[in-house]
Design a protein around this ligand. Structure first.
Ligand code: FE2
Ligand code: FE2
Length: 278
């Protein structure tokens, strides 16, 4: 990793933008129940993400801690920026799922199950190195998802309150996408470590995300769902056709997050909303 420039706080690396911690303070008052195009399926696909993000991001921050003193001061400073951004993501997504709870959905029973299984059963069985590799892989997924929402019209008929949250989060995932990968490469550059993290990360992501979606869909009246199935399947197939090849690129031995040229997408959106620098 070549550090090239010092920019307010976290240093800039190899063309990567500075990692800026932005306080957003979104409000989700008056959010409709089916805030994604009036469609319960698409709404709950993203609601499932709201539920897994905060605890997942807490895990990401924790997984880096054992290695903070083992990397260069420049990379340590980027970890600080990464952790600051992830802490704010947690807070904003918690606010979003409080709004979803206020709409009458049960959220707490899912969170209790998810956090107990993830942190009391799975996490203690995984070594600190594998936790780091898992975070690196999951950060790849969040950057790929971020690119998807910034580069396509996927969120066009999303309610503006949720669109703003998701677009901001997407930008910051792209800004800090290389941090954990660079820490992992520094600590253990073996390909098998990276792949091991990808296998664990992929399994837990789709297990918990899928369970979150299911938890929400079963709370809908049965006659609501069939109406939205066809449109949701169309969106899902175009999403997966973008997501799968980009996600699997992580398995290319020479892969680095900067190989995906998407920093300009994040910059353009942040400039548009006047939040590029703070
Ligand atoms: Fe995040
Ligand atoms: Fe992230």
């Amino acid at each position: 990793m070549n550090v090239t420039t010092q920019v307010d706080g976290a240093p800039q690396v190899d063309g990567a933008p500075p990692i800026v911690i932005r306080k957003m303070g979104f409000s989700f008052e008056d959010l409709p129940r089916h805030w994604f195009g009036g469609d319960p399926i698409r709404t709950h696909v993203i609601n499932g993400l709201h539920f897994v993000f905060p605890a997942g991001e807490r895990f990401f921050i924790r997984s880096l801690k054992p290695f903070v003193d083992k990397v260069s001061p420049q990379l340590r400073e980027r970890i600080r920026g990464f952790s600051g951004q992830e802490a704010h993501h947690q807070a904003e997504h918690r606010r979003a799922f409080k709004a979803i709870e206020a709409q009458g959905y049960d959220v707490q029973s899912f969170l209790a199950w998810y956090e107990k299984l993830a942190f009391e059963t799975i996490e203690p069985c995984v070594s600190p190195l594998s936790r780091l590799a898992t975070t690196a892989a999951l950060e790849h997924y969040t950057a790929v998802l971020g690119e998807l929402v910034l580069a396509t019209d996927t969120l066009n008929d999303c309610h503006p309150l949720m669109r703003e949250l998701l677009m901001w989060h997407a930008c910051e995932e792209i800004e800090h996408k290389s941090v954990t990968f660079d820490v992992l490469q520094h600590i253990d550059p073996r390909y098998r470590t990276r792949v091991g993290g990808f296998v664990i990360g992929t399994t837990v992501l789709f297990l918990f995300w899928g369970a979150g979606i299911r938890h929400m869909l079963v709370q809908e009246p049965r006659d609501e769902i069939p109406k939205s199935t066809r449109q949701a399947l169309t969106v899902l197939s175009s999403t997966l056709s973008h997501l799968i090849p980009r996600a699997l690129d992580y398995l290319r031995p020479s892969f680095h997050p900067n190989d995906h040229d998407n920093y300009a997408l994040a910059r353009a959106y942040l400039e548009e909303i006047g939040r590029l620098d703070a």
